[in-house]
Design a protein around this ligand. Structure first.
Ligand SMILES: *Cc1c(COP(=O)(O)O)cnc(C)c1O
Length: 465
């Protein structure tokens, strides 16, 4: 299996090379050259299997020769052993034909654990093999950072630096990043928003001298291995609801487009997915793009669903790559326009291709609180604000197509966003017992300016040589 860049000019890599590389050297994102296909019989055979078994069968064909069967099975088993639910990704029903896929039973209470725990294991295998040291730098709107720290804390050959937007993450999110005491963990509060954090990360990757000197590796959802591990729960959910004999739709609370793009790949592999519904909060750039055909920045407004406060939705580039018939030159031109003019127009053909797979909607702040309150009243379920955005958008999509079962991805545990949940319902959701002392642990964090040179200096000094 070969991996190519969405911008068409970076070297072609194997799976493990693409995983260790992160951002391609032409500024693009790695994608598999061809998507492995599952027959209806192979999909039917996933019914009743453990999450780990489905994960192995779905991930194996993407990995080529990079990992042996034993290595991949071992990595998957260790990745999910610490989850707080035997089903890993259980479902509950909200209404006739509407289901919630709970993706928050991992160690940091958000869906990011599903992929980060696996790539933590795969990185360890690959690093042990070639005796290398690496520096992981990640940008986070809140949940990627804690998931990455949890996956890499304490490892000898990895230093992990996480950039988060100062003052724009919830207290639980911040504490999950600032309280781990291992010397290889560095939480950096950047003066800016998430797009600034992600922009600085991309600048570091494009500074080849720095990149090679520190052995820079990325675990943001620009890393294809992240996207890969997220394909699995689309299969487990769809099969539980009757796939391959029945079509299923999914609504995905979306920011950087990694999670929903995994759903697109599941569909490309042969899973009968009817619609992939992009759910956005008041930062609705993707919803506007799907409805109006133009991707146009207007500035990010902080919301009560902070993990979705994003305007430069990195993985949308992967979706565009497919919509443009895998034309790397066309993608390079679009991304150039975006960084120069802050917007681009999607061609008519590409728009038609996007609309074959995606639908969209957005929910504003008051709407989000309303959905949290109403869901509690109607079902007894307490949901996080990101999930609430998904549920609100899913209800509208379900009304348009009531005969197709809708699965909404529940991306975080409500206790990760207790202020928003309490404001909506009067109930303050408690942390699970294993994290109950989070508010007592000492914090360690460095405030950093939105400045590339300063960041690179800090990383050079702090990383262990
Ligand atoms: C990261 C995150 C999202 C957005 O996922 P993307 O893959 O970036 O689109 C939504 N909800 C929560 C809770 C998250 O942590």
């Amino acid at each position: 299996m070969r991996y190519i860049s969405t911008r068409g000019t970076a070297p072609v890599l194997t799976f493990s090379e693409a995983m260790m590389t992160g951002l391609a050297r032409d500024g693009g994102l790695y994608v598999p050259e061809t998507v492995p296909q599952f027959t209806p019989d192979e999909i039917a055979a996933l019914a009743g299997q453990s999450y780990e078994e489905v994960a192995y069968r779905v991930m194996r064909p993407f990995c080529g020769e990079s990992f042996s069967e034993e290595e991949l099975r071992g990595a998957i088993a260790r990745a999910y052993a610490g989850f707080g639910h035997a089903a890993r990704a259980p479902m509950v029903q909200l209404a006739p034909n509407h289901f919630l896929l709970e993706l928050f039973h991992g160690p940091t209470l958000a869906f990011k654990d599903f992929a980060m725990q696996v790539i933590g294991q795969l990185f360890q295998i690959a690093l042990a093999r070639d005796g290398k040291k690496i520096t992981i730098v990640g940008a986070t709107s809140g949940d990627t950072g804690s998931a990455a720290i949890e996956a890499f804390r304490g490892l000898d050959n990895v230093d992990v630096f996480i950039l988060f937007p100062h003052g724009r993450v919830s207290e639980v999110q911040r504490r999950q990043m600032t309280t781990p005491s291992e010397v290889n963990v560095h939480a950096l509060a950047l003066e800016g928003d998430f797009d600034d954090c992600q922009g600085k990360l991309k600048d570091m990757f494009n500074d080849f001298t720095f990149r090679d000197e520190v052995g820079l590796a990325g675990v943001n959802s620009i890393n294809f291995a992240r996207v890969l591990a997220q394909i699995v729960y689309y299969f487990t959910a769809a099969v539980a609801l009757g796939a391959p004999h029945r079509k299923i739709s999914f609504t995905v609370p979306t920011g950087n487009f990694g999670d929903i793009f995994a759903g697109f790949l599941a569909k490309e592999m042969g899973l009968p997915v009817e619609r992939l519904v992009i759910a956005t909060n008041q930062n609705d750039i993707l919803d506007r793009c799907i409805k109006q055909g133009a991707y146009a920045k207007r500035g990010v407004k902080p919301s009560i669903s902070p993990s979705m406060d994003i305007e430069v939705s990195s993985n949308f580039e992967r979706a565009l790559f497919w919509a443009y018939g895998k034309d790397g030159a066309a993608i390079t031109a679009l991304m150039g326009e975006l960084s120069e003019a802050g917007s681009f127009t999607v061609s008519e053909n590409a728009m038609a291709a996007l609309l074959q797979n995606y639908d969209s909607g957005s929910v504003d702040e008051a709407g989000t609180s309303g959905v949290i309150a109403r869901t509690l009243a109607e079902t007894g379920e307490l949901i996080c604000p990101h999930t609430a955005v998904g549920v609100g958008v899913a209800e509208a999509a379900l009304a348009r197509q009531p005969e197709v079962p809708m699965v909404t991805l529940s991306t975080a545990h409500p206790a990760k966003f207790p202020d928003a949940v309490e404001a909506a319902t009067g109930i303050r959701p408690p942390l699970p017992p294993r994290m109950a002392d989070l508010f007592d642990r000492p914090e360690r964090v460095t405030r950093v300016p939105n400045d590339l040179a300063a960041l690179e200096t800090l990383i050079r000094e702090r990383r262990r040589k």
